[in-house]
Design a protein around this ligand. Structure first.
Ligand code: KG4
Ligand code: ZN
Length: 344
């Protein structure tokens, strides 16, 4: 079966073709222009999706060496995300469905991330623990099968990527600051400054990063009231990164040990972070757990992950169920969803 998948939940316009769990193409157009505004501007994001979606879909088919008549089903992200952005992708998919008489599998964006480890590593065994960590999400899942998972914990305030980005702004870095903090940290001393690790010993799998942000703000006001010079950045970045990564790694490994899994998947934009990858792999190995990290094109928002889980759903439920086009895009409150699904 060949599936054309579309993802437009935030600031990446993406399309991919999946066939028998293989990625035939994975095209991502990132809206880098938001950097100059210090964050994603929803209205501009929707307009950019409108500008790029036809080309991205066209390119995905061309790279896969297929045309639309070779496709048997569509998949599209319908939640959670920016409503205007989600509407562009879901309406584009509905248009294709009506024109070419194709079923559409509506997909939750997080389902894409949490199964994305299975795209690259075919040895991953259920159950596994998945840490989905990005600019919008920080959630720990226990994944039991392609149709069943539980939320073990989530951030009670900011996402880890949001902490990287907001602290980066305080340090004078450009949005999104995660990659630059990662780079500068390599030249710094992670023990230079002792920033808080909130909820490290809370006894659950929840996270909190807004205290860290406030702590860095007070620290900068007190110690660097006249601003920072460039040579002060590496130690600050290394210390901030260390505080974030410490909590992410400890909770992910504790959960993997408690639920006795063999694999820990780390996915989402922040999973590109070099310290997170290295520390998690090293500590998990001591517990006999394999950490699965992803190539950059599967860390950031992409449509291959949407097509991959859509194919599993089609195999399980058949195509008939997906001829219904009455689904609507839903910005969702991730916090509400997390609380509703949380297991005790
Ligand atoms: O998944 P993504 O592309 O978009 C969503 O937020 O859904 O993730 C983007 C986030 C940003 O917060 C960015 O700063 C962060 O991922 N990020 C990183 C790194 N690369 C991207 N954070 C830390 N270290 C990195 N190397
Ligand atoms: Zn995402």
């Amino acid at each position: 079966m060949k599936i054309l998948a579309i993802e437009s939940s935030c600031d990446e316009t993406a399309a991919a073709v999946i066939s028998d769990s293989k990625v035939l193409s994975n095209v991502i157009s990132s809206q880098h222009f938001h950097g100059k505004y210090g964050g994603v501007i929803p209205e501009l994001a929707s307009r950019a999706h409108l500008d790029y979606i036809s080309k991205v879909v066209h390119d995905a088919l061309e790279i896969a060496k297929l045309n639309i008549h070779d496709i048997q089903a569509l998949a599209v992200t319908i939640e959670p995300g920016l409503i205007g952005s989600l509407i562009v992708g879901s309406n584009f998919a509905k248009g294709l469905s009506l024109r070419y008489n194709l079923p559409i599998v509506p997909i939750n964006h997080l389902d894409g991330h949490l199964y994305s480890g299975n795209i690259q590593d075919k040895t991953v065994e259920f159950p596994y623990v998945a840490l989905v960590v990005s600019g919008g999400h920080t959630i720990l899942f226990l994944v039991e099968s392609y149709s069943s998972y539980k939320i073990l914990g989530f951030t009670v305030d900011d996402a880890a990527g949001e902490a990287f980005d907001k602290i980066g702004t305080m340090l004078g870095l450009q949005y999104p600051a995660g990659p630059e903090i990662d780079m500068l940290a390599k030249k710094g001393n992670p023990k230079a400054y002792d920033f808080p690790r909130a909820m490290l010993h809370s006894g659950d799998y929840n996270f909190s990063f807004s205290g860290l942000k406030t702590s860095v703000r007070y620290f900068l006001n007190k110690n660097f009231p006249d601003g920072l010079s460039e040579n002060q950045l590496p130690d600050l970045c290394a210390s901030v990164q260390e505080a974030i990564v410490d909590v992410l790694v400890k909770k992910s490994i504790d959960a993997s040990v408690e639920y006795n899994v063999k694999h820990l998947i780390i996915a989402g934009g922040v999973s590109s972070n070099s310290l997170l990858r290295e520390r998690a792999s090293k500590l998990a190995k001591l517990e006999g757990i394999k950490v699965v990290t992803l190539d950059p094109e599967y860390c950031i928002d992409n449509a291959a992950m949407i097509g991959f889980i859509a194919e599993k759903k089609l195999l399980e439920n058949g195509t008939e169920k997906y001829n219904d086009l009455t689904f609507t895009a839903n910005p969702g409150s991730l916090r509400a969803k997390s609380i509703k699904n949380k297991v005790d």
